[in-house]
Design a protein. Structure first.
Length: 191
């Protein structure tokens, strides 16, 4: 079973992204279970959404406290200490950021780390500042857990507006993820 946490802010499409990815997994023959945690938050307030995926029916009905994978939609919410406390050892984290890979190379010693500038990709394909479907496409390429076809199919079905542009964004992101290389304690890259 894969347990995924989506962290971001209200208005970034975090909840819709988790639902789209869950639908993509369903289309690929898996069993998804998706839920979100938020109250009366408004646009810009931190929130989380969660997704479990398995190749058999999921009977587990409890909170995901230590996910295998984390999608961080807003790098201002990114805290390496929290990631280390939350993410399972050897887990994966995909970060939407304009920062370079060197910023995250220390974290890459313990986790698989990927970065993408979702905002730049969304502008390049004509989506303006909306990048939730970009993160879904990037997830597929980064983890290898799901192919591009079910992602695009789910995006076309579920994107609330501009499904073609959102699908284009997912495709572009599938090709645009940067894998962060770890550094050793002296600062050089592992060779």
């Amino acid at each position: 079973m894969i347990e995924i946490s989506f962290n971001g802010r209200g208005g970034q499409g975090v909840v819709i992204a988790s639902q789209i990815l869950g639908t993509a997994f369903f289309k690929a023959g898996y069993y998804p279970q998706c839920y979100s945690v938020f109250g009366g938050e408004r646009r810009g307030a931190p929130l989380a959404s969660f997704l479990r995926v398995d190749n058999q029916k999921i009977l587990l009905k409890c909170e995901i406290k230590h996910p295998n994978e984390l999608l961080c939609f807003d790098d201002s919410l990114f805290d390496p200490q929290e990631v280390r406390a939350q993410l399972l050892p050897g887990g994966s984290i995909l970060i939407n950021t304009r920062k370079g890979p060197e910023v995250f190379s220390d974290l890459a010693r313990d986790f698989k780390v990927g970065i993408i500038d979702g905002l730049a990709v969304s502008h390049n394909v004509g989506l303006g500042g909306f990048f939730n479907t970009i993160m879904v496409g990037a997830y597929g390429a980064f983890t290898g857990n799901i192919g591009l076809d079910p992602i695009v199919e789910a995006v076309m079905e579920m994107a609330p507006v501009k499904p073609e542009l959102n699908a284009d964004g997912s495709r572009a992101a599938f090709e645009g993820v940067t894998i962060v290389e770890p550094t050793n304690p002296t600062g050089g890259a592992h060779g």
